[in-house]
Design a protein around this ligand. Structure first.
Ligand code: HPA
Ligand code: ZN
Length: 335
């Protein structure tokens, strides 16, 4: 692993905590909870991580999260992720969780949230990683279900900074969730949405105009619409791009053809993220390393991507300035 990338201070802004469930931990928790997995071994499970599209992945992802039952399970899952990214110089994380994926299995809102939140608090103390939690609505479900989930979240608003939108994109446009996003924003939550991963550029436009999001998760398909690219660039709207996810889910045929250089060339504010690292073959540094050759391993461009991650985070001005200064200090010390 490129040692410049390893030590570079960075933020992760697109990470599904349920997508950090490594097969080893999944087997351990399955045993603890008396659950039999439909796989013989860790290796057999890992072999199943071969996807042709988003839905292929989601089917396995929802099956995996079924093992998460107790607050301790969510704590252990989150802490395992935080230990890994602490070793990768990640200084700030904003993590997604899918409350509806747990509620429909009878796992209470607070069980998942409190387990995730206490691990994040512990990591802030122990590792100095600052954090935010974003709850995502599952877009394959209806808006009424999202509204109920938002109502459940209100008593826990001190632990949640924003709402997002994930799951099966095609056929589930942002417009379906206009009202629940309006309510969430009125309640003071930040708003982000997955758009343009498999869906058309029109879904990105809807996320901007109807959901009034502050970041676009993925956003790849914007490149099909020159006017949209100009709009995103003019507003410096952050895109949380996930290179290894894009190759594993066949959004991009080969990492060599990843559109990241074209995105940067167009002046878009791109950040690099891992999405579901246990399923897609790498955490944050592996994602930086995957795209580094496309930038001729140019350290100044890699550092700029890290700066973009802090610029695009929901951080107080003071912490943001301190982290940006850390990047500058690191770059200077390398040269
Ligand atoms: N896209 C949509 N929904 C998701 C993803 C993703 O990459 N990961 C987990 N839920
Ligand atoms: Zn995602």
């Amino acid at each position: 692993m490129n040692s410049f990338i390893n030590g570079l201070p960075k933020a992760e802004l697109h990470l599904h905590i349920e997508g950090t469930f490594e097969p080893e931990l999944m087997f351990q928790l399955a045993e603890r909870n008396g659950i039999t997995l439909p796989y013989e071994s860790v290796d057999a499970l890992r072999k199943a991580y071969d996807f042709s599209n988003l839905q292929d992945f989601l089917d396995i992802y929802y099956q995996g999260m079924n093992v998460l039952r107790t607050e301790q399970d969510f704590y252990d899952l989150t802490m395992a992720y935080l230990r890994r990214v602490h070793a990768q110089s990640v200084r700030h994380v904003e993590i997604f969780f899918d409350p509806q994926g747990h509620l429909e299995r009878g796992i209470g809102f607070a069980t998942a949230l409190d387990g995730i939140h206490s691990a994040l608090q512990q990591a802030e103390k122990e590792f100095g990683i600052s954090f935010g939690i974003i709850m995502c609505f599952l877009r394959h479900l209806d808006e009424a279900s999202a509204q109920e989930t938002l109502a459940l979240a209100l008593p826990h608003r001190d632990k949640i900074i924003g709402v997002g939108l994930d799951s099966s994109e095609r056929g589930n446009p942002p417009s379906k969730f206009e009202k629940v996003f309006a309510r969430a924003r009125a309640e003071g939550f930040h708003a982000v949405a997955h758009a343009g991963e498999e869906g058309p550029p029109e879904y990105i436009v809807e996320a901007l105009d109807l959901l009034k999001v502050e970041r676009i998760d993925h956003g790849n398909s914007c490149l099909q619409d020159r006017t949209l690219v100009e709009r995103l660039a003019d507003f410096q709207m952050p895109l949380t791009v996930c290179p290894l996810s894009n190759t594993k889910l066949c959004v991009v045929d080969d990492i060599k053809n990843h559109p990241l250089p074209a995105m940067l060339e167009a002046g878009l504010r791109v950040t690099i993220n891992s999405d579901d690292p246990a399923y897609f073959g790498g955490y944050l540094n592996e994602n930086y390393a995957a795209i580094s050759p496309l930038l001729n391993n140019d350290q100044s461009q890699l550092a700029e991507l890290a700066r973009n991650s802090f610029r695009s985070a929901f951080l107080s001005g003071e912490r943001q300035q301190a982290l940006l200064a850390d990047v500058d200090r690191y770059v200077t010390a390398q040269n």
